[in-house]
Design a protein around this ligand. Structure first.
Ligand SMILES: N[C@@H](CCC(=O)N[C@@H](CS)C(=O)NCC(=O)O)C(=O)O
Length: 354
């Protein structure tokens, strides 16, 4: 909405006030020459002493409160990794639970520094909302959950059914595309929050629940008898989920992006939470660079050179973060699948730290 306003008002400004615009542009260029573009977020976070991180309102395995009232999960750990990189302290994060509607405005209005909330990287979110995704933390796709006793085993049998989804999501849009492409009629019940959506399904107001497959695994655990609900084999979309930041602060974008890549590179190099101290004595040039024993890669991001040591000590490497929160031995029991490293049959691939 805001972006559309901007798009329609800009040409008007160009047409009627060229003088003012020129002055503003000139002034901006002078200011930009004096200070690098953006580069205010890291400074603000350091001064505040805590990272403001937007998360979901309670998605088990991704971001929810544990028994000790502490935020835990895969998306939470991405923020803890960023905090560890900056402060050498993963606790210096203030988590802000956000619904689908407020997640992007919270970022636009500076209420949060990073959004780590099962959000899909799409072109319009970068092109129109002024955001940037720092990478793909979790390759996901949209699926369907329904009662086992419905006797349905493919999405192509869903004609005539009522499907629950959440407003303001890619899920809602993919759903319309999929059934239009397959020339099928379904009824859609779109609700405002994950809680309302799950409740509607539980109350049988809809026959099917659709969402990112990872979320279906998480939501299924909240139902009374999780085993009586199945997830259909069809995955109808690409949902590359990752942390997002505001456009205009390249230093901050790089910091979040390389924190994610550091997690993935550490897994590839066999650096784990338990062996990181030992690995600092490694003679491998790659390991030495990643851990800051050689080079000044941390400094180039405005951090200490042993930033990756801090990250790995705090949350472990990418594989450890995945397995602990959502992997096959966690309550969610999700296979690594596409999220395996590229060298192990998946598509998780991080550019080198060098
Ligand atoms: N990845 C999709 C869907 C994201 C989404 O928010 N899905 C809902 C469906 S269950 C959700 O996770 N809600 C969690 C919450 O509101 O806390 C997107 O970015 O649009």
């Amino acid at each position: 909405m805001a972006a559309t306003d901007r798009e329609t008002k800009m040409p008007c400004l160009f047409n009627t006030r060229p003088g003012i615009l020129t002055i503003v542009t000139l002034l901006a260029s002078v200011l930009m020459a004096a200070h690098p573009v953006g580069a205010q977020t890291l400074k603000a976070v350091k001064e505040r002493g805590t990272l403001n991180c937007g998360v979901s309102q309670g998605l088990l395995g991704f971001s929810s409160m544990d028994d000790t009232n502490t935020w835990a999960g895969f998306d939470v750990d991405i923020c803890r990794a960023v905090a560890a990189a900056i402060f050498d302290d993963p606790a210096k994060v203030t988590f802000m639970p956000l619904d689908t509607a407020s997640r992007f405005t919270a970022l636009q209005s500076n209420r949060i520094d990073v959004l780590s909330r099962n959000s899909t990287w799409t072109m319009s979110r970068e092109g129109s909302l002024g955001l940037m995704f720092a990478g793909v933390a979790y390759y996901d796709g949209q699926g369907f959950l329904l009662r086992r006793d419905a006797g349905i085993d493919t999405a192509l049998q869903l004609g005539g059914k009522t499907i629950c989804t959440q407003t303001g999501t890619t899920t809602e849009l993919n759903l319309a595309d999929y059934f239009r492409a397959n020339d099928m009629d379904v009824k859609v019940l779109a609700l405002g929050t994950a809680e309302e959506t799950l409740k509607a399904y539980d109350d049988r107001k809809c026959d099917v629940l659709t969402s990112d497959v990872s979320q279906l695994y998480a939501e299924r655990l909240k139902l009374v008898a999780p085993d009586s609900h199945i997830i259909l084999p069809e995955v109808i979309s690409k949902e590359p989920l990752g942390p997002a930041v505001r456009q205009g602060d390249d230093q901050w974008f790089n910091l979040v992006k390389w924190t994610l890549y550091a997690l993935i590179n550490a897994e590839e190099l066999g650096i784990t939470q338990s062996n990181v101290d030992e690995m600092m004595k490694s003679s491998s040039p790659e390991v030495r660079r990643v851990l800051g024993v050689e080079g000044a890669f941390g400094e180039s991001l405005g951090l200490a050179n042993d930033w990756v040591v801090h990250i790995i000590k705090a949350v472990g490497n990418y594989g450890e973060v995945f397995e602990r929160n959502v992997g096959v031995n966690s309550p969610l029991k999700i296979e690594r699948g596409l999220n395996r490293l590229w060298s192990k049959g998946g598509i998780q691939y991080a550019p080198p730290i060098r």
